[in-house]
Design a protein around this ligand. Structure first.
Ligand SMILES: [Zn+2]
Length: 259
């Protein structure tokens, strides 16, 4: 099995200095390869998740934003083949869960209703997303498809509202615990035929330090404290393909799946 676990906005800036409090991440960095992906494109979630799974740069896939001219962009509006389209056509079993290149996030071959229309905004919804994505991914792992792609979006939202506060690390610890349940407790990583890619679409930094402002500072939920940074995170286990850009995930999965 190939598992791509996306964690929107996960950053080494929080993880590296706190590995002592993040046992699953620590274990993953010990058994796998870790690196920073420095984005060449603007660190916006929609075009990056899109490029990661269609292999194209934003100038080629032309999907820049969730909303264009007041209309929500839908999957059909984006004229590309994603990795799941390619592999499915070849008869591979591909399951895709909660990928936030559109709102609500996209699923393929999986029945999943995103939490909060894919924009969870409070503790209750963040917790709910964490639990539901984990449970569904566990269920998919037990079905042993060829490829699973699964994404958590909560850290992006949490960091926009709470960057610099103690609760950010607390949420990373909750994510760490769920990742442990998924990858370590299920025995997924003990099977040497299994391959894992953990990736974020961008990092995070304080609102004023960000090179781009992705949201207005003042929102209905309060003033924003953080914004996207161009350094994204990557951890791979049992993957030889050299991933240096989000787009390389498409080619890596294609090669690993024997396509
Ligand atoms: Zn993002």
């Amino acid at each position: 099995m190939i598992l791509v676990l996306g964690i929107d906005a996960a950053t080494w800036t929080v993880i590296k200095p706190n590995l002592g409090n993040l046992p699953s991440f620590k274990k993953l960095t010990q058994i796998g390869k870790s690196k920073t992906i420095v984005l060449q494109e603007t660190p916006l979630s929609a075009p990056i998740w899109c490029g990661m799974f269609c292999g194209k740069m934003p100038s080629e896939h032309k999907h820049e934003s969730y909303v264009v001219d007041g209309n929500i962009v839908k999957r059909e509006d984006i004229k590309v083949d994603f990795i799941w389209d390619v592999l499915h056509r070849e008869g591979k079993d591909v399951k895709v869960l909660n990928v936030p290149f559109v709102v609500p996030p996209y699923s393929f071959g999986v029945d999943f209703k995103p939490v909060g229309f894919g924009l969870p905004t409070n503790d209750k919804e963040w917790q709910e997303e964490l639990e539901r994505v984990t449970e569904k991914t566990k269920e998919l792992l037990s079905q042993k498809p060829d490829v699973i792609i699964s994404v958590y979006t909560l850290l992006d939202r949490i960091q926009h509202f709470h960057w610099g506060e103690d609760c950010v690390l607390e949420w990373y610890q909750k994510v760490d615990k769920k990742i442990g349940e998924l990858l370590l407790d299920t025995g997924f990583l003990e099977n040497k035929a299994n391959r894992l890619i953990i990736i974020s679409d961008h990092g995070f930094c304080s609102f004023g330090e960000a090179k781009v402002q992705t949201l207005p500072e003042q929102t209905k939920q309060g003033k924003l404290k953080g914004d996207h940074h161009e350094n994204a995170l990557l951890i791979t286990v049992n993957v030889d393909y050299d991933i240096n850009r989000p787009q390389d995930v498409f080619f890596a999965v294609k090669e690993l799946a024997g396509s």
